[in-house]
Ligand binder design. Structure first.
Ligand code: ADP
Length: 440
């Protein structure tokens, strides 16, 4: 096997004939990819929803790397994609071409996304009324391992997001946020307090050459080297400084400003971290998580999800009721629309409607309810009352009205989930040649 490049510099792999162990073409290639996708979805299916089970990932060397609990809509996307693949398999069996399936799925996804806009509710909040946003983030955090501190984590996410949000333009730049983690806990501060004017701290992405090192030491100037590019940009934004390629290009107006820079070490580890505080421009935020390895990683992911929820609602403050109710409502709408398509796509559109049902069924099953019975009952309830809020009562609250249960999702989040699942499946369906070299 050799790596080569075409005339545009794009890499490709040349496999010698004798190395070629398996080659799957056409429907066989699609079926093989479909079964891989379905296997991933099957694993994640049982972790969907508030009663879903966590997954433990073990690396080949035996290290437990993380518990899989995604929580930003990703599990839902995978479950939906798995259901779309399962339906596609049946359509392939019936001789429908994968491209026609992909086209039908695309049409159905547009029907579902448009339908979501017909069942929205407005979500009111503001700078002086942040409680609804906090509540929304708390809902997201409920399904996480860190749910015991969901209130404080939700506040940690919402307050800085609102501080940097441009509510007029309905935008938040999440690049201004960095969620950092450190294993350990004890703090020992080594302080260097900044003076008022002149460069009294140098921060560099790379190392310093000898002459610079000598100069810095001679002037007694503290310096930090090997700082990541992203971090350097955030520091520049926060302090109002400019990144310069050479010392010679430094001028007073390019200097950034911060009130305090201190170094903190973490417990028994030798890790240290530089804190840059009281910056000129507080629009760059670093959220620092300290704890044991697994908790740090889980908390970082959870805060990231909460930040995304808050960002989505600032961009567009419409919500749809969830707990499977939005998918059921879309499934009804897509099913009804299928009849209007005269061609073969209508099979794929109906299949899409069936795939949408996979989410409420998984939620029901994970909550100990009978999936098919529960789905049929809720669906007929929705149709009878023309009420898109009927969903799955995962927490046994006594009502399947997700409005009353207060379970909802940002409209754009739900739309993205539907679109993403569709795109992933379309990509898989368009692969018709799988070559696996013998090394694998
Ligand atoms: P994801 O990674 O997709 O966000 P989660 O495990 O967080 O996965 O599950 C999200 C799903 O669980 C959504 O369909 C959401 O509507 C549903 N859900 C969350 N909380 C509740 C609840 N209290 N009652 C019913 N459904 C819920």
């Amino acid at each position: 096997m050799a790596l080569a490049f075409d005339e545009f510099g794009r890499p490709f792999i040349i496999i010698k004939e004798q190395e070629q162990k398996t080659r799957l073409r056409g429907v066989d290639a699609q079926k093989s990819n479909i079964s891989t996708g379905k296997a991933v979805a099957r694993i994640l299916c049982t972790s969907l929803g508030p009663k879903g089970m966590d997954k433990m990932l073990q690396s080949p060397d035996g290290d437990v790397t993380s518990r899989l609990r995604i929580g930003d809509g990703t599990t839902g996307v995978v479950v939906m994609a798995g259901a779309l693949l399962e339906q596609a398999e049946k359509l392939l069996e019936r001789g429908i071409h994968p491209i026609r399936i992909a086209e039908g799925y695309e049409m159905a996804s547009r029907i579902a996304v448009d339908h979501l806009e017909c069942i929205v509710q407005k979500f009111e909040f503001g700078v002086t009324n942040i409680e609804p946003l906090i509540q929304m983030c708390m809902t997201t955090l409920s399904s996480k391992i860190v749910n015991r501190c969901k209130r404080s984590l939700a506040e940690i996410a919402v307050k800085p997001v609102l501080a940097v949000a441009d509510l007029e333009r309905k935008d938040v730049n999440l690049d201004l946020f960095k969620v950092e983690g450190k294993v350990g806990g004890n703090n020992q501060n080594v302080k260097f307090v900044l003076e008022d004017v002149g460069a009294n701290l140098v921060i560099c992405q790379w190392g310093f050459y000898d002459e610079a090192n000598h100069l810095l030491m001679h002037r007694n100037l503290p310096a930090v080297r090997w700082v990541g590019g992203v971090e350097l940009e955030l520091i520049a934004i926060a302090t109002g400084g400019r990144i310069v390629p050479r010392f010679q290009e430094l001028t007073p107006e390019k200097l950034g400003k911060a009130g305090l820079v201190r170094e903190k070490s973490f417990g028994t580890t030798k890790d240290r971290m530089i804190y840059i505080e009281h910056c000129a421009n507080s629009r760059a935020v670093t959220i620092m998580v300290v704890g044991n390895k697994m908790m740090v990683e889980e908390t970082k992911r959870s805060i990231h999800d909460a930040l995304c929820v808050a960002r989505n609602l600032i961009r567009n403050n419409y919500i749809v009721y969830d707990g499977g109710s939005a998918e059921i409502s879309c499934s009804i709408a897509v099913e009804a629309a299928a009849d209007k398509f005269p061609g073969v796509e209508q099979y794929a559109i109906r299949a899409f409607a069936d795939a949408l049902d996979a989410i409420p069924m998984a939620l029901a099953e994970n909550s100990g309810l009978q999936p098919i019975e529960t789905l049929s009952a809720v669906k007929s309830h929705q149709i009878k009352e023309n009420n898109p809020c009927r969903g799955i009562d995962c927490n046994n609250t006594g009502t399947n009205d997700t409005h009353e249960q207060n379970v909802f999702e940002a409209l754009i989040g739900k739309q993205q989930q539907v679109l993403l699942a569709t795109q992933v499946v379309k990509m898989i369906l368009k692969i018709d040649d799988v070559i696996s070299p013998s090394e694998y």
